[in-house]
Each structure stands twice: as structure tokens, then as C-alpha cells.
Design a protein around this ligand. Structure first.
Ligand code: MF3
Ligand code: CO
Ligand code: CO
Length: 273
């Protein structure tokens, strides 16, 4: 979400982060699994020549056939069931009829509402063979996400998550996008808290069992600055460097953290090699 979304969320109920019960966990598990299954199916579709509009049509039909709805459709004027962000597109790329090309790396971001609960996840896909640089960026971004999630447990601070992501990504000579962040979710698509992918240990809200949010770092090979194209949505790197993103929706448990959007087929992480 954007910083404007965050301000709107804060104005609604300043600083308040909902604590969900077991029924909430059950709802998020079902919604998260549905999104993960759809992203697994996208894995089988991706190939040179495929227009991203075909992924959009698939996502819409998949959601409808399982009693869900794409949450992005008509969200603040966004007209699609999926975001498809190719190469130097950071996020919110809109599907269209242009074919994917050999060597592209594309993030597919899906949010479905199932029985009122939001599942939100994204991953990177390689179109044919990806370059070494692109593969490395995807590995760094996935690892940054997983290190951020590993910092989640009751008593930790949200800043610990951002610090884990930033320290790792910058240590790998990559940069963290500042203009977009993760977000609370549940019955709402974008709720408190605002999950920054940079920060300091010990800062930010204290994590408690029952909090639900996404972690969705956008990592660039070049500088962190982004700009929005005239379509009002597509965010690209200013220096046109490659950008990658991985997103999971998670819940804080008494023991630590539960990932709601794990891939049933183990296809979430970038392929090794
Ligand atoms: N799924 C995106 C996220 O992770 C939000 C997309 S909003 C849209 O928060 F309007 F661009 F689709
Ligand atoms: Co999200
Ligand atoms: Co998303």
C-alpha cells in the first residue's frame, strides 16, 4: 500500500492494531491457501508469449470458481484481478495484452477475499531462463522476506522485522524501496499496522498474538527511488534497475508466527541454481 493509504488507515483508528481470535486464524488460513494455490497454478502458465491479461483472466475465474473475489478489482479504481510487475516495475503493474518475453522476471500479486477474509501474496516468476543478476535479486528478496518473518514473535517489535530485511538486503548491495510497505489485513484489505521494510531493532509497535499483517519487501539492484507512470498505478525504479518482491500474509501466534500463504506445492521460493 502507499503512504497515503497508511495515513487513511491511521486516521480511522490511530495506532490501533486488531487482535484476532481462532476464527480469524481459520478464515485467514483458508483465504491464504486459496491465493497460494492460484499462485502455484500461475507457475504452470508462465512462458514466453503469454500476455499478462491471461493471468488476470485466470485469477478472476479461479477466485470465482472457489467462491472468492479478487480484492483488487475496483479497489480505488484499480480495474484488474492481479498486479503483474515486470523487470524494473516495482509493483502495481497492470496486466495487458503484451506478451511476456524470454528472460523477463515478473511478480504476480494476488489478493482474494474468501468468506470476508483477505489472502494476499506475491512471488517472482522467471519467463524461460532468467539472467544471473535477476536470479540473484530474486534470491536476495526472498531471503529478505523470510528473515523478516523469522523476526516475528510476541514481544518483538515491528522495527525488528524491517531491520532484518534492510540489514540483509543492503548487506547484499541491494536497496529497499521506501515508498510502499506491508499492511495489516483481515476483514480489511489494508489496515493498521504499517509494515516498513527498513527500520531499527526495538522500534515500532510491539507484536502480540492475533495480529495479522503482510510482509512484502520490494528490493532493487540499483537505487531505491521509484516513480509512478502516468497511468497512475505502475511504479517503476527511477534508474530502471531491476526490482523484485515477495509477499506473505502472516499471523502472530503465542509461539511465534504462522504463514497463511505457504505454497502447497513448495513453489514459493525462487528455483535453485
Ligand atoms: N496486493 C497489493 C498489496 O500487496 C495491493 C494491490 S492494490 C491494487 O498490498 F489496487 F494495486 F491492486
Ligand atoms: Co499486501
Ligand atoms: Co499483495
Amino acid at each position: 500500500m502507499t503512504q497515503t493509504d497508511a495515513l487513511t488507515a491511521a486516521a480511522r483508528r490511530p495506532g490501533y492494531i486488531k487482535l484476532h481470535d481462532e476464527a480469524g486464524f481459520a478464515g485467514m488460513r483458508a483465504a491464504g491457501r486459496l491465493v497460494a494455490e492460484a499462485l502455484d497454478a500461475v507457475h504452470d502458465m508462465i512462458r514466453p508469449g503469454l500476455p499478462t491479461s491471461a493471468i488476470d483472466a485466470f485469477a478472476f475465474d479461479f477466485a470465482r470458481s472457489r467462491g472468492a473475489l479478487p480484492a483488487t478489482l475496483n479497489y480505488r479504481g484499480y480495474g484488474h484481478s492481479v498486479c503483474t510487475s515486470i523487470n524494473h516495475v516495482v509493483c502495481h503493474g497492470m496486466p495487458d495484452d503484451r506478451p511476456l518475453r524470454e528472460g523477463d522476471v515478473v511478480n504476480v500479486d494476488l489478493t482474494f477475499v474468501l468468506d470476508g477474509w483477505h489472502g494476499d501474496s506475491s512471488r517472482m516468476y522467471f519467463v524461460g531462463e532468467a539472467s544471473r543478476r535477476a536470479r540473484r535479486l530474486c534470491e536476495v528478496t526472498h531471503e529478505a522476506l523470510m528473515r523478516g518473518i523469522a523476526a516475528i514473535r510476541p514481544g518483538a517489535h515491528l522495527g525488528d522485522v524491517g531491520a532484518a530485511i534492510q540489514d540483509y538486503a543492503e548487506g547484499e548491495r541491494c536497496s529497499v524501496v521506501r515508498d510502499f510497505c506491508g499492511h495489516g489485513l483481515g476483514r480489511l484489505f489494508h489496515d493498521e499496522p504499517n509494515v516498513l521494510h527498513y527500520g531499527r531493532v526495538g522500534e515500532g509497535p510491539l507484536l502480540k498474538p492475533g495480529m495479522f499483517f503482510t510482509v512484502e519487501p520490494m528490493i532493487n539492484l540499483g537505487k531505491p527511488a521509484v516513480k509512478i507512470l502516468p497511468d497512475g498505478w505502475t511504479a517503476v525504479t527511477r534508474d530502471r534497475s531491476l526490482s523484485a518482491q515477495y509477499e506473505h500474509a502472516v499471523g502472530v501466534t503465542r509461539e511465534g508466527v504462522e504463514i497463511f500463504t505457504q505454497s502447497p506445492r513448495g513453489l514459493f521460493a525462487p528455483p535453485p541454481g
